[in-house]
Design a protein. Structure first.
Length: 103
């Protein structure tokens, strides 16, 4: 499982725990360590964004990598991007988490 897969599942879990089904970026940055064991590489500072750990970029990459060659949670129908906010989990996403015993 890639780091983006792990972070994507974490975003889904955070979203599923909210009444509105949305995982905002700020919430993701605050709560992700409760859901995903972040690697040393993830915790390393970003070269492009000083003061920000690399895994914050991975959260944003869920949208950036939509339509790409690799698996993507938006393309799979598990998440919907909410512009300038974060991501909303879909019913298909909730079912996926339940099938994995994550909620």
């Amino acid at each position: 499982m890639t780091q983006e897969d792990k972070i994507g599942l974490g975003v889904m879990q955070i979203a599923a725990a909210q009444l509105n089904g949305i995982c905002g970026y700020k919430r993701a940055y605050a709560e992700m360590p409760n859901y995903v064991k972040l690697s040393t590489g993830n915790l390393k500072g970003s070269i492009k964004r000083p003061g920000e750990p690399m895994w914050h970029q991975i959260v944003r990459n869920i949208k950036s990598h939509q339509g790409g060659p690799n698996f993507n949670y938006i393309d799979a129908g598990y998440l919907v991007h909410v512009p300038r906010t974060g991501y909303r989990i879909t019913p298909k996403g909730v079912s996926h988490l339940k099938s994995k015993g994550l909620i």
